[in-house]
Structure formats: structure tokens, C-alpha cells
Design a binder for this molecule. Structure first.
Ligand code: MV4
Length: 455
């Protein structure tokens, strides 16, 4: 096992990784920007190194500075957390080239999955269902029209290097296709420096369901079930739950078995997530995330598996000790993402935390680096806390979430807590009846009700 790990991230995820290290008896090195000198993970780590000014390019994305920090502190491995360098294949390779261990999958697997076209080809070849579409990049109008005739409208143009919904174009007829193809290509070139685009049949009302997997790179793979991440706004997730209220046990078993076989053949190592769209009882793969995810705690709650601990054990050469039949699914978990934002306008609300009181009691977990007197910097993502609750049933989980949100006090800044309180009181949410478009409509209804009330 490692003696010392460098945590190349910040905020709640840096703290989450620190906690796993500590429980394994591993020393930690925090790296931080000048804006994060007073951060919780910096205070708790055994050692810390300031790696640059607030701008991420000059600190959390500065590979040379991070590798130097690892070298001077004698860290043997680097955990990249989520975001920043977590899915950067070049960084994973550089870490290896410096004789250190990257706590994550191989650079090759990161690279394959980072390009949506190569990712789709790879998983399709391994038997995972994908959305009907072009088999590769589309360049000419003739090709585009051919594919359109084969799969039918509506069609979605996606960028191979895309992600987060950037640069997607919906085409409802041939004219749209002719006008949008060049636009999509030039946007892809300017956003990502890669103008390759591909086509998929556009699914109108899917849910976003993702499968958590864990492999040891030696052919052993388990899955920790699915998470329903359909509640999102502008490609930012707000709330995630496991299991999905839309799936039955047979569907879960079927997609799980397909994924196990595929990831085993691939020899995948570390934690990973297969993202699917789910519509009318069918799963369609869209992307694979080759990292730990923000919403990993819901899967931990329903399986009792510590994903970060397992990532570290696997990176140190350990084999998976669990077989799929040893993974026991029980109960329901929900995570709400609490952002330092206005709950109606989503305007960022950085600033100094006043009173701080986190909820507790049975089945409640708070992953947050907040403390009273902490100053939320304006340079980074606005996620300041994750509240995760567990219940034996979804209903118990919902009741518990309601009371935990009531207990939570975060003074001094605005947060999305009031928004979460409204969402979980909505009848559609309570019955689990929502798609990826639900939240947009919910926000419109809420705004209209407010206008009517104010008039
Ligand atoms: C789609 C889709 C409908 N049909 N692909 C959005 C981001 C990227 N991860 C993939 N995305 C979508 N791909 C087909 N063929 C709808 C979306 C989409 C979406 C997906 C997941 C979660 C939220 C979303 C919000 C809008 C659109």
C-alpha cells in the first residue's frame, strides 16, 4: 500500500479523498492555489504545497507544478479527484513517466473514452447498446442525408470532443441538417480544437441513467448499480438518486451483466461510469466517464462499498475482493448538490460563511469542506456541499432528506437549499416521474407562479 498520496484537487472532493487515505493509514499532501490557502483539505492534510495563483490554468491544471509538488514531498501516487486533470490522458501518462501512480484508469482508456466517436465504437464492439446514428465522423452533405434517411429525424449532431452538451444541434428536417452541419463543425473546432462531429437519433424524453463500475485491470469487474441523474439544468446535475425509480430488477440485472462483460474484456481499472439515455425500456450508451464522480456517494450508500478506498487499493495493485454476487443492494439514497448560488436565478454567491450547522442523525452524510468563517472563493465551481441521505425505502429517504434540509444552516451566502426543498415537495418528483427536461419545466412553472402571485 502507498504511504503518501498527493490530492490534486480542491473542495469537498479533496476532503473526501483525504478521508479515505486517513482511514487506510496513508499520509496526504494537499496542493492548493493562493485562493485556497485556508481550505479545509489544506488544514487537514499532513503536508501542503501552494502551486500557483487562483486561475485553474496556473494551479489545479498546472501539471508541472503538481508533479514537482509530488516529487519534493515524496508522494508515491496522485489522486486527481473529479474535474481538473481527472480525465486528462496526457497527465495520467506524465504521472507514470515520473515513476508515480495515477489513481485512475490507464491513459489509453482515458483517451479512448475522451473521444465520443472512439468511445462509442469501442463499447458497441463490446456489446453495449448505443443510440442509432453515424458509424463515425460525418463530413459531407451527401453522407449526412444518407444517414438521415436511414435513421430518420429528429437527428442530433454531436462533437466527438464534446461533453457537457456543448455544441449539440437538433435537426428536425433536411434543411436543418444542411444549415447546422457546417455550424456544428466550426463550433466544434473553436470550442475543442477538433471539428469531428457525428450523428445520433435524437431521443425526445429520455432519463439519464448511469452505471457505476469498478474494475481491477485484471479482468475482474463489479457494478454498483445505477444512478438516476435526470434532474439537471443546463447540463449541471442538481440531484441524483439510486436506485432509479424507473427501473425494475430485471432491467438492472440485464444492463449490469452487459456492462460487466464489456468492461472485463476491456481490462478496465479503477472506478468508471457508463452513461446511458433510457427511454421506453431501452438503454442507449452515450458516454463513459473514466473517473470518480461527484455523485458517487449514493452508490456507496446502497452498496456499502467505499469507492475511493477501492480506487486506491486497485491503484496499489490490489485485486477486487468482491464478486458481483457479493454486492448487496439495499435501500435508496439521494444526493442534493448545494451550490453557492441564488436559488432562483442561479447567480453565483461567493463570500464568507457566517453561521454553519450541518445536519446529522441516522442515514445522513454531508460531504462538504465548509466551516464557519470560511470564504467561498469566486474562482471555482459553486458546489459547496453535498447532502446525501439513505433510507430503507425511497419514501423513508425522501422524508429524511426533507428533515435534513430543514436542519442545514449555511449563513452568509445564498445557496440552492430552498430550491431542493421545493423540488422534493413536487408530486412528480415524489412519484419518480421525471425526465431530463423536467427541471426546466419545473423552473418555468415556479417563475410563472411567482409572477402571478406578485401581480
Ligand atoms: C442526447 C440526447 C438525446 N438524444 N443524445 C447532453 C450532454 C451529453 N452528455 C449528451 N446529451 C444528450 N444526448 C441523443 N441521441 C439528449 C442529451 C441531453 C441530456 C442528456 C443527459 C442529461 C441531460 C441532458 C439534457 C439535455 C440533453
Amino acid at each position: 500500500m502507498f504511504e503518501k498520496i498527493l490530492i490534486a484537487n480542491r473542495g469537498e472532493i479533496a476532503l473526501r479523498i483525504h478521508r479515505a487515505c486517513r482511514e487506510l493509514g496513508i499520509q496526504t499532501v494537499a496542493v492548493h492555489s493562493t485562493a485556497d490557502a485556508d481550505a479545509m483539505h489544506v488544514r487537514l492534510a499532513d503536508e501542503s504545497v501552494c502551486i500557483g495563483p487562483p486561475a485553474p490554468r496556473q494551479s489545479y491544471l498546472n501539471m508541472q507544478a503538481i508533479l514537482t509538488a509530488a516529487t519534493i514531498t515524496g508522494a508515491e501516487a496522485i489522486h486527481p479527484g473529479v474535474g481538473f486533470l481527472a480525465e486528462n490522458a496526457d497527465f495520467a501518462q506524465m504521472v507514470q513517466d515520473h515513476g508515480l501512480v495515477f489513481i485512475g484508469p490507464s491513459p489509453e482508456h482515458i483517451r479512448i473514452m475522451g473521444d465520443k466517436i472512439t468511445a462509442k465504437r469501442a463499447v458497441q464492439a463490446l456489446g453495449i447498446p448505443t443510440v442509432p446514428g453515424s458509424d463515425g465522423p460525418v463530413t459531407s452533405d451527401e453522407e449526412a442525408l444518407d444517414i438521415a434517411r436511414r435513421i430518420g429525424f429528429p437527428i442530433l449532431i454531436k462533437a466527438a470532443a464534446g461533453g457537457g452538451g456543448k455544441g449539440m444541434k437538433i435537426c428536425r428536417n433536411e434543411e436543418d441538417l444542411r444549415t447546422q452541419l457546417p455550424v456544428a463543425r466550426s463550433e466544434a473546432r473553436s470550442f475543442f480544437g477538433n471539428d469531428a462531429v457525428f450523428f445520433e437519433k435524437f431521443l425526445e424524453k429520455p432519463r439519464h441513467i448511469e452505471l457505476q463500475i469498478l474494475g481491477d485491470g485484471q479482468g475482474n469487474v463489479i457494478h454498483l448499480g445505477e444512478r438516476d441523474c435526470s434532474l439537471q439544468r443546463r447540463h449541471q446535475k442538481l440531484l441524483e438518486e439510486a436506485p432509479s425509480p424507473a427501473l425494475n430488477a430485471d432491467e438492472r440485472e440485464a444492463i449490469g451483466q452487459i456492462a460487466l462483460k464489456a468492461m472485463g474484456t476491456l481490462g478496465y481499472a479503477s472506478a468508471g461510469t457508463l452513461e446511458f439515455l433510457y427511454e421506453d425500456g431501452q438503454f442507449y450508451f452515450i458516454e463513459m466517464n473514466t473517473r470518480l464522480q461527484v455523485e458517487h456517494p449514493v452508490s456507496e450508500f446502497i452498496t456499502g462499498i467505499d469507492l475511493v478506498r477501492e480506487q486506491i487499493r486497485i491503484a496499489a495493485g490490489g485485486k477486487l475482493t468482491l464478486k458481483q454476487e457479493d454486492v448487496r443492494f439495499s435501500g435508496a439514497a439521494i444526493e442534493v448538490r448545494i451550490n453557492a448560488e441564488h436559488p432562483e436565478t442561479f447567480a453565483p454567491s461567493p463570500g464568507k460563511i457566517g453561521e454553519y450547522h450541518a445536519p446529522g442523525g441516522p442515514g445522513v452524510r454531508v460531504d462538504s469542506a465548509l466551516y464557519s468563517g470560511y470564504k467561498v472563493p469566486s474562482h471555482y465551481d459553486s458546489l459547496v456541499s453535498k447532502l446525501i441521505v439513505y433510507g430503507k425505502t425511497r419514501n423513508e429517504c425522501l422524508m429524511r432528506l426533507r428533515r435534513a434540509l430543514e436542519e442545514y444552516v449555511i449563513g452568509g451566502i445564498q445557496t440552492t437549499i430552498p430550491l431542493h426543498q421545493k423540488i422534493i415537495a413536487d408530486p412528480d418528483f415524489i412519484t419518480g416521474d421525471y425526465t431530463i427536461h423536467w427541471l426546466e419545466h419545473f423552473m418555468e412553472r415556479a417563475a410563472a407562479a411567482k409572477d402571478a402571485g406578485g401581480a
